[in-house]
Design a binder for this molecule. Structure first.
Ligand code: G3P
Ligand code: MG
Length: 496
């Protein structure tokens, strides 16, 4: 787990130096040797280590009033300093292997990133209007939106209609015909970015580009530089193994691989022949799993919790062993996000990864007496917002040819405990909508949205546009406009 010891806080480059001097151990080709990857150095190429803004210590205690812990165990704590934990994020936008442009229409017409199919006449008209409205264009290029997805734009696979219209406006259906930069910042998970963008583009009837898209585990690709053999948990089938492969993880184990090797590890699991055939069994008593990555919601709490608990209590991630000291030999565990609840098609929000994590923390505490240290990515963690800055900056470059962060960023979310608190802490304008988790009064009492509460995403976008571009800003592009009547003769001449 990338973090610093209590007594000995070293810079990433100092740690890298030490690792370089130690060298790395032998290959693990037969799965029996432990490979220690060098800690990526701060050489301008590797990941950025962002200090954690949340404690890495388990929050389970406050949920455990009725569980008795032996007095001798009560004072036991991990040896690490929770405030020293860092969350690595990729230094810049993702590599081209993850990149792709997805459009709702599959008619093969030529397109540009993040924009609808090119309509020559409209494009010329828009550029004429923009050349006249210089001030407004400047302001439009100095603002951006970060959209939460579940509860703001969709409920599961169902479109929230105002979401489609809000995106159409930002994709150019406005008086300037200009694209207003926006990214998608979701705690959703469980699919490769390309597949999720394709699915979203169809639901939203708007283009969704992988270069403007961050899901909870996207910044965790940086962790591939720290660990060799990892357990990846959650998601449907083997999709999260695919995600981890695309992120560059080298040796990826999923719970099914372990069940296929030793079915007795999960006594309540019914393992189908198809699951056995598609898994990758090996002798896991000879493998050292270096870290656990919960990428997405567990589809089988009993099996996943049992395997995670076995690994956390093992000697350095080796199944078939039980560490005498549950802390010093414990392997790190990462969660891609911490939401307790998620709005879905169901009438009331469903439990999400945060609930799974708290369950694990409580079990771990009850079984060992120790608090479980863990790292949680996703909103509202600062690392995720910092990564959003990276993505937004490069998206600005793609849309407007200016690689800089706009000054006025609006986060639109439905969950005060993730979208809003995170945006507030990061200095963004925050808009809370009533189409998802939040169902309170005037504003959320604990984490009020600083720009306001809106019935839906369209109202939030329109209000933000008026604030930045003027009360009279029109959210429709007039195809019949005649720039001759609006600008000087030179502008008009260009289109005659
Ligand atoms: O909490 C789970 C996740 O689906 C929430 O997604 O888009 O609301 O951040 P989102
Ligand atoms: Mg949401």
């Amino acid at each position: 787990m990338p973090m610093f010891e209590d007594q000995d806080i070293l810079s990433a480059s100092e740690q890298a130096d030490i690792q370089a001097k130690k060298g790395t151990s032998a290959s693990h080709s037969n799965g029996t040797d432990h490979v220690q990857l060098p800690i990526p150095g701060d050489d301008g190429e590797g990941p950025i280590e962002v200090p954690a803004s949340k404690s890495s210590i388990s929050e389970a205690s406050k949920y455990m009033h009725n569980l008795s812990v032996s007095p001798s165990m009560k004072e036991r704590r991990s040896s690490r300093n929770s405030f020293g934990t860092s969350l690595p994020i990729p230094r810049s936008k993702r590599q081209s292997r993850l990149s792709s442009v997805h459009y709702p229409a599959e008619d093969g017409r030529p397109t540009r990133p993040g924009m609808p199919p090119i309509q020559p006449t409209r494009a010329i008209l828009a550029s004429q209007v923009q050349s006249i409205e210089v001030d407004k264009v400047k302001k439009a290029k100095n603002m951006a939106f970060a959209f939460d997805i579940d509860g703001v734009l969709v409920h599961g696979d169902r479109l929230i209609p105002e979401g489609q219209r809000a995106l159409e406006i930002l994709n150019g259906d406005n008086e300037l015909g200009i694209k207003i930069p926006h990214i998608f910042l979701t705690n959703g998970s469980g699919k490769p970015e390309k597949a999720r963008c394709e699915q979203l583009a169809k639901i939203l009837h708007n283009p969704v580009n992988t270069e403007q898209f961050i899901q909870s585990h996207t910044p965790m690709s940086a962790l591939a530089e720290y660990y060799n053999t990892v357990l990846v948990v959650g998601g449907e089938g083997y999709k999260c193994r695919e995600v981890a492969e695309q992120y560059g993880f080298k040796d990826i184990v999923v719970p099914n691989d372990i069940v296929a090797s030793d079915a007795s590890i999960a006594p309540y699991r019914v393992f189908t022949p198809e699951e056995r055939a598609s898994s990758r069994p090996r002798d896991f008593t000879k493998v050292k799993i270096e870290a656990i990555m919960v990428f997405s919601d567990s589809r089988d709490y009993a099996t996943d919790m049992q395997i995670i608990m076995d690994l956390l209590r093992s000697e350095n991630g080796q199944l078939g062993t039980m560490a005498k000291d549950p802390v010093s030999q414990r392997i790190p565990i990462y969660f891609s996000q911490g939401d307790l609840l998620c709005p879905t098609e169901h009438w009331t929000p469903r439990m999400s990864q945060g609930a799974f994590r708290i369950g694990l923390e409580a079990m771990y505490k009850a079984l060992t007496g120790a608090d479980l240290e863990r790292v949680v990515y996703g909103k509202p963690e600062t690392a995720t917002y910092k990564y959003a800055d990276e993505v937004l900056t490069s998206w600005m470059d793609q849309l407007h040819g200016e690689e800089k962060l706009p000054e006025n960023i609006y986060m639109i979310g439905d969950n005060p405990a993730s979208d809003i608190i995170g945006g507030n802490m990061y200095g963004w304008n925050t808009c809370l909508v009533r189409t998802g988790v939040f169902q309170g009064g005037d504003n959320d009492e604990n984490n009020p949205a600083n720009f306001g509460v809106f019935p839906n995403v369209l109202e939030a976008v329109q209000t933000a546009l008026k604030k930045e571009l003027g009360e009279d800003f029109k959210t429709h592009f007039d195809e019949t406009i005649n720039p001759v009547l609006h600008g000087d003769k030179a502008d008009a001449a260009a289109i005659i």
